[in-house]
Design a protein around this ligand. Structure first.
Ligand code: SF4
Length: 303
């Protein structure tokens, strides 16, 4: 492993490359990255970097978002099979059908969406700014997809009518965290505060002390010491929390909250991606331009 890390570092220097890793990546992938963050943080960093080559360690929609915002940079995803199942739940035709059923509604899509669907949206949102974005929309009715659980969270921040599209979209890794998991974890760590991601089911959100995006969780935990937290999100985040907020103790709300697609990226695949500069994320130009507008609108609306 040490030799592979050295080879990766040498390739990075030689190719003026940068490695970006999502919070849910394997610990060793996070450790070799220049930046670790959520999808929006990583897309913003991709916009600011002077690197010629961006190795994006995450799933398809994240690498696509980075590529959409950086049309003149080369974005590589080390494994094209790292496909987010939630994003797949809202293909363009499902969204088109919902739009024709609700012609006066505006469309807000979670960033965890395919580029082809983003191209039909009025605005994109993240788990950190979903409430803020739906409030900023003009229409009284919002088609919101693809995560029904995030739609529930967004609805709590507005009197507008939020219609989830599709009806039952969800992230399998978060949706499987149950109230029983929460109770079991709380019984084992009674002093721990419960922090959950808004991709969790409503019953779990309603029992939490904090509902936060992954970047929000890191911020909250870094601001305190000697606290215990039960973390209700993909367990990869615990590595970052332990590194960046070491004065606290962290326990997963569920040990099975693992995203298999996120774990597909390995050091071996990163080395091959750097070496061969493949597989490159390529988005058809028509979709690229249409998808950029709602992302840029979100960036303008969100501080
Ligand atoms: S954690 Fe959920 S939303 Fe994120 S990539 Fe995995 S399946 Fe998709």
């Amino acid at each position: 492993m040490a030799m592979r890390k050295e080879r990766i570092e040498a390739l990075k220097r030689k190719k003026n490359a940068i490695i970006l890793a999502h919070n849910y990546q394997r610990a060793e992938v996070q450790d070799i990255a220049e930046f670790v963050g959520d999808s929006l943080e990583l897309a913003r960093i991709a916009m600011d970097t002077t690197a010629d080559l961006i190795i994006f360690c995450g799933v398809d929609f994240m690498a696509e978002t980075a590529a959409i915002l950086n049309p003149h940079k080369k974005v590589i995803i080390p494994d094209v099979c790292a496909i987010c199942p939630m994003a797949q739940q809202l293909p363009q035709e499902v969204l088109r059908a919902a739009k024709s059923e609700h012609p006066d509604a505006e469309v807000v899509l979670y960033v965890n969406t395919l580029a082809e669907s983003k191209a039909l949206a009025d605005c994109i949102c993240t788990s950190a700014n979903a409430q803020e974005i739906v409030r900023a929309m003009d229409a009284p009715t919002i088609l919101f997809g693809p995560d029904r659980n995030l739609a529930y969270h967004a609805q709590k921040g507005t009197s507008k009518t939020i219609i989830p599209v599709p009806e039952h979209g969800n992230c399998p890794s978060h949706h499987q965290i149950t109230l029983e998991d929460l109770q079991e974890a709380k019984d084992a760590h009674p002093n721990a505060r419960i922090m959950v991601h808004p991709e969790c089911i409503p019953e779990v959100q309603d029992r939490a002390d904090y509902i936060a995006s992954t970047s929000g969780m890191v911020k909250i935990c870094k601001a305190v010491e000697d606290e215990e937290f039960l973390i209700g999100t993909e367990i990869g985040l615990l590595h970052r929390l332990e590194k960046e907020a070491p004065g606290n103790k962290f326990y997963p709300l569920s040990n099975t909250a693992v995203c298999p697609q996120m774990k597909m990226i390995t050091l071996e695949k990163i080395e091959a991606a750097l070496e061969h500069e493949q597989p490159e994320v390529v988005i058809p130009p028509g979709i690229m331009e249409k998808a950029r507008k709602p992302i840029e609108r979100m960036l303008a609306l969100s501080v």
